[in-house]
Design a protein around this ligand. Structure first.
Ligand code: SAM
Length: 209
């Protein structure tokens, strides 16, 4: 399976219909977390099975991964989990998805593709325009979690978020993880690999003010 797809390809301009929250979830009133670039969704499966008082939504640009995750979700009859296929930037830039942004309690960007070459930086999922869209529609108090093992990417994401007036950093030491979308500190697949190989992890939490 292809590891990388170019998110700027015209294939992703047209986005699929986004169902309403009550079509996505058994109980649409639960706290909603969005994981951007969820790959095969294993992280979200682990979370959804343990934290039944949260709804988990994953967006992933590799269609086959999304199709497999959806099948698994249906087979297991998990009602607090949903997957959307496409480029998260295009999906959330669409006025028809504004209800998703408005209902979020938190968003995670876990180990996004680094796109190392400078000329490819525009393919990175965290972009100033995208962060503006989020800051315009997110409710006050919504949290954004970023995590990566690439220092240059971390600095880039941190600079992009910190340059937006509406996002303030939260000190991890004073953060109550037990009330977050991930109270049990579940790890993503990339995170497990990074820990196994004893690489650094750079992470930060922001709050919409
Ligand atoms: C390095 S993988 C990390 C996967 C997972 N979050 C983890 O921590 O194991 C990055 C994922 O983001 C997806 N991705 C990259 N750009 C995207 C975009 N614009 N919208 C949605 N998904 C994207 C990739 O296809 C890939 O599955």
């Amino acid at each position: 399976m292809r590891q990388h797809v170019n998110p700027l390809s015209s294939n992703f301009i047209q986005t699929e219909r986004i169902p309403s929250l009550s079509e996505m979830f058994g109980d649409s009133k639960l706290n909603l977390h969005l994981d951007i670039g969820c790959a095969s969704g294993e992280f979200l499966f682990d979370l959804a099975l343990v934290n039944t008082s949260w709804n988990y939504l994953g967006i992933e640009i590799r269609e086959k991964l999304v199709n497999n995750a959806r099948l698994k979700m249906l087979e297991r009859e998990i009602k607090n989990l949903y997957f959307v296929f496409g480029n998260a930037n295009n999906i959330l830039n669409n006025v028809q998805s504004e209800f998703i942004i408005k209902n979020l309690k938190s968003i995670s960007f876990n180990f996004p593709d680094p796109w190392f070459k400078k000329r490819h930086h525009k393919r990175r999922v965290v972009q100033p325009e995208f962060i503006n869209i989020l800051s315009n529609s997110l409710q006050k108090g919504t949290l954004i979690f970023i995590k990566t093992d690439v220092k240059d990417l971390f600095d880039y994401m941190d600079c992009t978020l910190s340059s937006n007036f509406y996002f303030k950093t939260i000190d991890k030491k004073n953060f109550n993880f037990s009330e977050s979308f991930n109270p049990n500190n579940v790890k993503t697949n990339r995170e497990k690999y990074v820990i196994f190989n004893q690489l650094d992890i750079f992470e930060k939490i922001y709050i919409k003010i």
